[in-house]
Ligand binder design. Sequence first.
Ligand SMILES: C[S@@+](CC[C@H](N)C(=O)[O-])C[C@H]1O[C@@H](n2cnc3c(N)ncnc32)[C@H](O)[C@@H]1O
Length: 463
Amino acid sequence: MVLNDKSTGKPNSKRHGPRSGSERQRPELEAKPGLDARMAASRILAAVIDRKTSLDGMLDAEHGNPAFTALNDADRSLVRAILQTALRHLPRIELILKELLDSPLPEGARALHHLLIVAAAQMLYLDIPDHSAVDLAVEQANRDPRNRRFAKLVNAILRRIGREKQALLEYVSDVPCMPDWFLDRLIDIYGEDHALAIAAAQLEPVTIDLTVKSDPETWAKTLGGRVLPTGTVRLDPFKGTITALEGFEAGEWWVQDTAASIPAQLFGSLDGKRVADLCAAPGGKTAQLVLAGATVTAIEQSQSRLRRLAANLERLKFQAETRCINLLEIEDEEGFDAILLDAPCSSTGTTRRHPDVLWTKDSADIAKLATLQERLLRHAITLLKKGGRIVFSNCSIDPIEGEMLIDKVLADHPDLRIVPVEPANWRGLEEAITPRGEFRTTPAMLADKGGLDGFYACVIAKT
Ligand SMILES: C[S@@+](CC[C@H](N)C(=O)[O-])C[C@H]1O[C@@H](n2cnc3c(N)ncnc32)[C@H](O)[C@@H]1O
């Protein structure tokens, strides 16, 4: 490898000034298959990294970023794959570019940075032929007045990536793919080995997990999956269309990460109980509560998300009362027998599926969300009957949104106590149960079975 070979080509300073007439007549708008997808990917990457916009909303088929919604289905899948890959491997790709550049990109050359990241992600981590990625990136540079003068540089850097791919991948193979602030935080919390295992786990392909209404063993056989300690049916690997699988139309199962299936199971039987699911949409846990025999009130403040929940319950042929309201406005004199509060959180446990999370949130966001969760939990407690149980959960791996928050609330409530989870009921997941009986999964756990999301769940009883 020639990492310090400075033959990468330089910005063409002659092209700095106003464009000549002949340049202006370039056939710039000639259609080039795949170019729109790359341009959309670069634009959306800019929104994630520079403007901290979450990826999910921008990749929504109807209301997403216009550059995305304008694409056909194949290009949309490609953009999704490019962005997930680029964000997952961002520190490694940035390091490779840094090594190959003679000098750092000019201050503010963000469009060029994003273009290079998008192209390099395809060449290094996706099955896209090098020549196609390079040609499209050069064309993309030529079409953007901000990047045109760097087209030769783009060409030179990307060709080197093509030539030296294996050595470059080897060179960055130990680099944890997380922002430093987050890795440092994980090391403080979990120790270095576990933190690095979490960083490695988020680069593994994600599995498809199904919660089934009944008989997981038979469904595992039917769908070619296996049953996990949570009762989840895991399809791994899965390629295809979920909605085409047997049992989807009939409403026999729903997609739910195995870690996300844990909190609602912690109540045990809910036969005849009146249960509130306070942050309910899109409804995976509402469905579990109905399945466990509860009469469920599903509370959700977002109208559009509540519509999704209603559609999901309809497919599953489940019934629940639904209310579109901020849970802080609810009063219930009778009190619920049980409450699930699956609170909005930093989602730092879901970076395998949502690699944008670490690039759109920071420690101040996490602290803010913890404060919100505390308010929600304190209010939820007022809605619980004496003798009732509340399960507090979220998909963060930061204890300030979990264990520490529970400590704070319990310190003010002598009438509340943690009901420890019984490890004997969770064979194969014992490592996820804390000494005082909470559930604390991280993406580094269940590694031999394909991993799981990071989740926190705690059962609290009111006396
Ligand atoms: C983590 S998601 C819940 C996922 C859901 N429990 C499931 O398993 O499908 C959090 C949800 O809480 C909703 N939410 C946030 N704050 C709320 C509030 N104050 N009142 C009601 N719903 C709220 C959000 O709109 C979001 O849909």
